[in-house]
Design a protein around this ligand. Structure first.
Ligand code: 5GP
Ligand code: MG
Length: 196
């Protein structure tokens, strides 16, 4: 697996340091609320990030999970994203302070859909944290409150992010050698349906 990597973009140490700082910022914002905060994580890409983040958050919280499929090119559905696993109805949103956690803000289709869905549940407040953001493409109508790293517009894997279901277990964020992306393209988003 290590042989498939072209270069490491963000090291394990840099990830740990930044996640700790993000957790501090988040804790300061939420620590005085009477109610536990609710963290809604978008599977599967954000699972490593959220696991590290919540263990650095010394405040009361509940965790909810949702699954979203994204459609690169967004031609298959009008929004380019679809909920494939709904939030457990036991995770109450109404009147709660909700933080959405996702792996990466790219086209914004995923977060736009999830933010609309969570807003419909009438939380008291709604914020969003992403580990990575591709600034060239970040759309104006999808706002995020916490960003780990701004990265260039290239397809990355590791620390939860996959290519074809693999590489989520890499401890760093990396770019694969071009020959490991199908069709030799350096950007697999030009291929068919992917799973977040
Ligand atoms: P969106 O384009 O909707 O903002 O991002 C949708 C999803 O596509 C992200 O949550 C992530 O799962 C996936 N994605 C976007 N850019 C990348 C990338 O560079 N690498 C990987 N592995 N997934 C990405
Ligand atoms: Mg995702």
């Amino acid at each position: 697996m290590q042989d498939d990597i072209d270069r490491v973009i963000i090291s394990e140490a840099a990830l740990a340091a930044r996640v700790a700082r993000l957790a501090q910022e988040i804790a300061v914002h939420y620590q005085n609320n009477a109610e536990p905060m609710v963290i809604v994580t978008i599977l599967s890409g954000a699972l490593v990030f959220v696991a590290d983040l919540i263990r650095r958050l010394p405040i009361r919280m509940r965790l909810g999970l949702i699954g979203v499929s994204s459609y690169p090119g967004s031609t298959r559905e009008s929004r380019g994203a679809r909920i494939k696993a709904h939030l457990d109805p036991d995770v109450a949103l109404r009147g709660q302070h909700v933080l959405i956690v996702d792996d990466i803000l790219d086209s914004g289709n995923t977060l736009r859909l999830v933010q609309q869905m969570i807003s419909a549940g009438q939380p008291k407040s709604l914020r969003t944290a992403v580990l990575l953001r591709k600034p060239n493409k970040a759309p104006a109508d999808v706002s995020v409150d916490y960003v780990g790293f701004d990265i260039a517009d290239e397809f990355v894997v590791g620390y939860g992010l996959d290519y074809d279901g693999q590489y989520r277990n890499l401890p760093h964020i990396a770019v694969l050698k071009p020959e490991h992306y199908a069709s030799g393209s350096a950007d697999p988003r030009t291929e068919a349906v992917s799973s977040s």
